[in-house]
Design a protein around this ligand. Structure first.
Ligand SMILES: [Zn+2]
Length: 118
């Protein structure tokens, strides 16, 4: 199965909790299709939220519905940004600690040797 086959089957795939067969094999290795699937599932969740709020898509409340979609998307993106920032900070902290450890392990023995020579 290739990307376009998976994408065209997304409506069917996204509803399944456990994806089986060739689609599953492709999805396990393709980041692009994993992202598509996540986006599609997010859209379904959003539609269900809207449905739960008893908003039906008609002209009267279409604007409110679009606002709700925009709010939901914005909130989700904000959460995603916060998560990415946290991961970024953790990464920087790990790199900093690694460099510190490397510097300390190289410099400390020299200082000890110098001190011992005095
Ligand atoms: Zn793919």
């Amino acid at each position: 199965m290739n990307c376009s086959q998976v994408v065209s089957n997304l409506p069917k795939i996204a509803d399944d909790d456990v994806i089986k067969g060739r689609a599953s094999r492709h999805l396990s290795t393709c980041i692009r299709c994993q992202a598509e699937l996540a986006q599609y599932r997010g859209l379904i969740r959003m539609m269900k939220k809207i449905e739960a709020n008893d908003l039906h898509l008609n002209n009267e409340n279409l604007i409110r519905t679009l606002e709700l979609i925009e709010e939901t998307v914005h909130r989700d993106q904000l959460n995603e940004t916060k998560k990415n920032l946290a991961i970024g900070f953790a990464g920087v902290a790990i790199i900093f600690l690694s460099i510190s450890a490397a510097v300390v392990s190289k410099v400390l023995p020299k200082i000890i040797r110098k001190t011992a020579n005095i």
